[in-house]
Design a protein around this ligand. Sequence first.
Ligand SMILES: Nc1ncnc2c1ncn2[C@@H]1O[C@H](COP(=O)(O)OP(=O)(O)OP(=O)(O)O)[C@@H](O)[C@H]1O
Ligand SMILES: [Mg+2]
Length: 259
Amino acid sequence: MARNGVAAASAPMLEVDGLSRHFGALAALTDVSFQVSPGEIFSVIGPNGAGKSTLFNVITGLHAPTAGRVRFRGDDITGLAPEIINRRGVAKTFQITNIFPEISVFENVRVACQSRAAVAGRLASLWRRPDVDDGVVALLDAFGLTARRDELAENLSHGEQRYLEICLALATEPTLLLLDEPTAGMTPGETRDATALIRAIVRERGLTLLLIEHDMSVVMGISDRVAVLHFGKKIAEGPPEAVRTDPSVIDAYLGGADD
Ligand SMILES: Nc1ncnc2c1ncn2[C@@H]1O[C@H](COP(=O)(O)OP(=O)(O)OP(=O)(O)O)[C@@H](O)[C@H]1O
Ligand SMILES: [Mg+2]
């Protein structure tokens, strides 16, 4: 299964089982199922409007599903509140940026780290706690943002803001990280660097990654497996190369979709 030696027999980190979500008459997701193993990099791709962000929103508790279940480390988390799901170890970045523009890069990450420390029951004297600051420093360093730590977040370049977003998600110390188009708006060169960096950090921290991408080429180099959504349905799943050459996937990307 996974190329990084993840045992095929290990219990799934995430199980999505028969998930559907309707918005009125619109079926944004229809009967979508897949499983992600611990340590795996699993990507969900699909043209505009395929249901990718809706899938994330259902997994992370923002939207209740119309049907189906979501299990995280064997526990049914379907319909739990987003903050409960986050506390259990699931963190996501949003397609739209989620940073506080008018405070510094360092403070942005510290606020996120503090929320994790508070959840862990370390409420007393959080302010300027060395362990929180150490976590912030390590995250900024991993994403090459150390020199920008005192800059207001709004002054960062687009690419730096996307990195900061991932820092904020990682600050909550997730087991499962969900990234929704983390390279959106980046140049091809930035995209290559960003995907390599994301992969390295995920592997180094032993995380499981569920990655949403619009652009198929982005996921080819970093994914263990890829699933393809089209009009809310899963039309393919497998190793990147097999998915890329699947005729139904080629049709979805070339035929009719406003990609
Ligand atoms: N809150 C909502 N209310 C009504 N319709 C919605 C809502 N969220 C999503 N949709 C619709 O559901 C469908 C799937 O949208 P979704 O955002 O999940 O697609 P996507 O694959 O993430 O697309 P993109 O690549 O453009 O980000 C679209 O037709 C969208 O308009
Ligand atoms: Mg989306």
